[in-house]
Design a protein around this ligand. Sequence first.
Ligand code: PLP
Length: 358
Amino acid sequence: VFNFAAGPATLPENVLLKAQSELYNWRGSGMSVMEMSHRGKEFLSIIQKAESDLRTLLNIPSEYSVLFLQGGATTQFAAIPLNLCTPQDNVDYVVTGSWGDKAFKEAQKYCKPKVIWSGKSEKYTKIPSFSDLDQSSNARYLHICANETIHGVEFKDYPTPKNGVLVADMSSNFCSKPVDVSRFGLIYAGAQKNVGPSGVTIVIIRKDLIGNAQGLTPVMLDYKIHDENDSLYNTPPCYGIYMCGLVFEDLVEQGGLKEVEKKNKKKAEILYNAIDESKGFFRCPVEKSVRSLMNVPFTLEKAELEAEFIKEAAKEKMVQLKGHRSVGGMRASIYNAMPLAGVEKLVAFMKDFQARHA
Ligand code: PLP
């Protein structure tokens, strides 16, 4: 099948086959990665290679730490204010969709966040112009969600914080294109869209921001603890990290993130063109300049046909096209591992469906 799920999502077939081939016996060790000590030399080589390939892919400067954590991006919604602020500190949130909103609400428990822009009244179809942002002069950080998975809006450039650092949730566009890491104080991402199984959560943080966690911060949320222990303070999600490592290796072999971005742009262009050229039969509500390369939400002019569309597509082996329950319609998630052939098949199906139902 072509799996258009928003996450957990499709992974590269060659990566899954490689994992299968070494499932019982990892490279002659006689053990599955699931059975290894996380402190043994085999697993250390796996986590170190994963970090090194990720550093290569994103060109991560040496003054940044890479942490392999767990608990999903949702856990980071709390960990970030706990580590970067005191309870009295002001921080700014730009809310371009449901995930940014959730991050803001969680931060309210640990510091004094302010929403300085929200796209809610326009149903989260826009990214603000940066000059319109009324940033607080004393904010410790400015938080954005680089790609809103549910609404399909993506930052194409990033605002510069007036004060403090830029923090970005990149869960759903992580490793989909090159990013200038040096513009951020902290980048975080749940793995389950582009890079691996759910649970693994990657944090890339400038080292000087580590070490100031609030006193009540649980040990598992304290970046200093994880940094000092090379992400091995407790038992990490070993198999998930191994899978992420295989994906990073594959992305390096594909020629890096510039090449990956080219492929992603081509897939997205074909799909958005099909929507825009359907004369209103299909519609994408998102403003053109900020449409996501990863998550493409669309509706049918005749909304009563949407269930039929999803059912027929599934019969044709294109699955998980239903939009998020909060917005309805359809959503095609076309992460790195979605082949061009999958998007071409979807577009051909859309044209055929339109011809039959217009
Ligand atoms: N942020 C974004 C942009 C997401 O798409 C998601 C989940 O899908 C999350 C955060 C929450 O991630 P998790 O379920 O790993 O906590």
